[in-house]
Design a protein around this ligand. Structure first.
Ligand SMILES: *Cc1c(COP(=O)(O)O)cnc(C)c1O
Length: 399
């Protein structure tokens, strides 16, 4: 009996070692990783540059409070500002905290302008923004809200892709629109460029802020540094986490300068957020992701993955109901229960994947994935479909 909370349906599998795209379990068996610890291990496992940065940081000051200057944090913040729309960065330890900072920044911006009534955020059905009390309200998933008391007020939900449904929710209380450019956990739904541009226009028209949750789709995953770049829009606030630390807990809230201007001493804080250890590693991750050619290669592999998935869909039309996502945040809506498929791929074929809402098999390989890895993963998924068909044809032989 485990001493831990039973909040996860855990497998007995424990990994001992990782190298690049592969993980090795306690019995020495290897797995091809198309999961990346939920889009976190962007550089795979055991990246020498990250390991070196962690070891070097271990010999220096691990932690100081944010009331002192943290040079590695200043440097990481400056580099993120130079690479994005943002002028100002707040570091956190997780995605949910990055979203909390984003929501607080938006509300406080209007409060400081004397518009304290503008606190409402229009979010979307099928979204996921984290597990704090405010972010489960923002996500709006009833399964995650049930049993946790009154829902934190201030969130309404429109339909992804449906601008009219957004417009219908705008009121004098609305301060912001919050969206994942590619929904991850909810079902791997990519927003169109037109829809993102439509949201930007609505925000401009009604003096609202556009907050993007790029915790999963950002930091290179779609083949650009941030997914919003595909649509050519400029957001006001972007929440980042997962890949930003390559496996070390780190998140960030990026903002335009005027939007963040009211966040003065006393308005927000985090004990650990952006400490020397975390931001030393964040800088090392950025060294790799912003290295010339890296994102071009990710984009190329995203296109390869899409192409190979289309081949798979043609070969297995009864299993592949729909292809979703963008770049290396891809999903297959399948015809059999997705959780069984994830288990089957892992146990019988040595491929790690993850489920998403709407019975979607989510593929999140590290950004260092090669076409050979993609072909190997496709062969494993095809073999799993074949096995399902064989079992259906001969139920007595199964199990
Ligand atoms: C994972 C995720 C979060 C929450 O991040 P945590 O680090 O688990 O708090 C928020 N938004 C999106 C889109 C995510 O994928």
């Amino acid at each position: 009996m485990s001493a831990l909370y039973g909040t996860y349906a855990r497998s007995d599998l424990a990994f001992e070692r990782g190298e690049g795209m592969r993980l090795y379990d306690q019995h020495g068996r290897d797995y091809l990783d198309f999961h990346s610890g939920v889009a976190v291990n962007a550089l795979g496992h055991g990246d020498p540059h990250l390991v070196g940065a962690l070891k070097a940081a271990a010999d220096k000051v691990w932690h100081t409070a944010n009331t002192f200057t943290i040079p590695e944090q200043e440097r990481l913040g400056q580099r993120l500002v130079e690479a994005t729309f943002a002028d100002s960065v707040f570091f956190t330890n997780s995605g949910a905290e990055a979203l909390e900072c984003a929501i607080k920044t938006a509300r406080h911006y209007f409060w400081a302008k004397g518009q304290a009534d503008r606190y409402e955020v229009i979010a979307f059905s099928g979204s996921f923004h984290g597990r704090t009390l405010a972010t489960i309200a923002a996500g709006g998933n009833p399964d995650y809200l049930e049993g946790f008391g009154p829902v934190t007020p201030g969130f309404k939900h429109a339909k992804p892709g449906d601008l009219a449904s957004v417009e219908a929710l705008i009121s004098p209380q609305t301060c912001a629109i919050l969206i994942e450019p590619v929904q991850g956990e909810g079902g791997v739904t990519a927003m169109s460029n037109e829809f993102m541009q439509g949201l930007r226009d609505l925000c401009d028209k009604h003096d609202m802020l556009l907050i993007l949750d790029e915790v999963q789709c950002g930091f290179g995953r779609t083949g650009r540094f941030f997914a919003y770049e595909w649509s050519g829009i400029t957001p006001d606030i972007v929440a980042v986490a997962k890949a930003i630390g390559g496996g070390f807990p780190l998140g960030a809230c990026l903002s335009k300068g005027d939007v963040a201007a009211s966040m003065v001493p006393g308005t927000h804080g985090s004990t650990y957020g952006g400490n020397p250890l975390a931001t030393a590693i964040g800088n090392a991750v950025l060294d790799r992701i912003l290295a010339p050619g890296f994102l071009d290669q990710v984009n190329a592999m995203g296109q390869k993955l899409t192409w190979h998935l289309q081949q798979l869909a043609q070969k297995y039309p009864d299993h592949v109901l729909e292809l979703r996502g963008k770049g290396l945040l891809s999903g297959i809506k399948i015809g059999t229960p997705v959780r069984d498929m994830v288990t089957r791929l892992r146990d019988d074929h040595g491929l790690l994947t993850i489920s998403a809402g709407d019975n979607v098999l989510r593929l999140l390989p590290p950004l260092i994935v090669t076409e050979a890895d993609i072909e190997e993963a496709m062969a494993k998924i095809g073999a799993a479909f074949d096995a399902i068909d064989a079992e259906a044809a001969n139920p007595a032989a199964a199990s």
